[in-house]
Unconditional design. Structure first.
Length: 135
């Protein structure tokens, strides 16, 4: 469940899904939230983790890697930018982030439309020029 009560579907790599399935089996979960607090004895307790807990976990592990002041939203933005750099389609990144508008995704990524050398300049549908003997 995302911002504004929207239901989000997030694709997962097979190895992530397998790890989550192993966690669900080990924790003997059959209802409720997937991510929960675990006590020192290894048992689940509570009804889920809070946004504040996620922030603290991300911040703590990032600091352990030498990164200061990293928040979960930084990871979200970085993931989106890495998808874009790897050639991910803007529309698919929009779906991943759950943005209603592609303009929001463009702002998020810092994208600017190129007018010169635009992506559609290379699709090969130019008309033949008069007097041009092209194939």
């Amino acid at each position: 469940m995302g911002k504004g009560g929207h239901i989000r579907t997030v694709p997962l790599p097979d190895w992530v899904k397998a790890t989550i399935n192993a966690w669900v089996r080990a924790a003997e979960l059959d209802t409720g939230k997937l991510f929960r607090c675990v006590c020192r004895a290894g048992k689940c307790w509570g009804h889920g983790v809070t946004e504040r807990l996620v922030w603290h976990v991300v911040n703590r592990y990032a600091a352990g890697l030498g990164f200061r002041g990293v928040a979960p939203h930084d990871l979200r933005r970085s993931s989106a930018k890495l998808c874009h750099v790897a050639g991910g389609e803007l529309e698919q990144i929009q779906f991943l982030l759950g943005h209603v508008s592609v303009q929001t995704t463009e702002r998020y990524l810092g994208c600017k439309q190129r007018v010169r050398g635009a992506v559609n300049d290379r699709i090969g549908i130019e008309p033949k020029r008069p007097g041009h003997q092209g194939a």
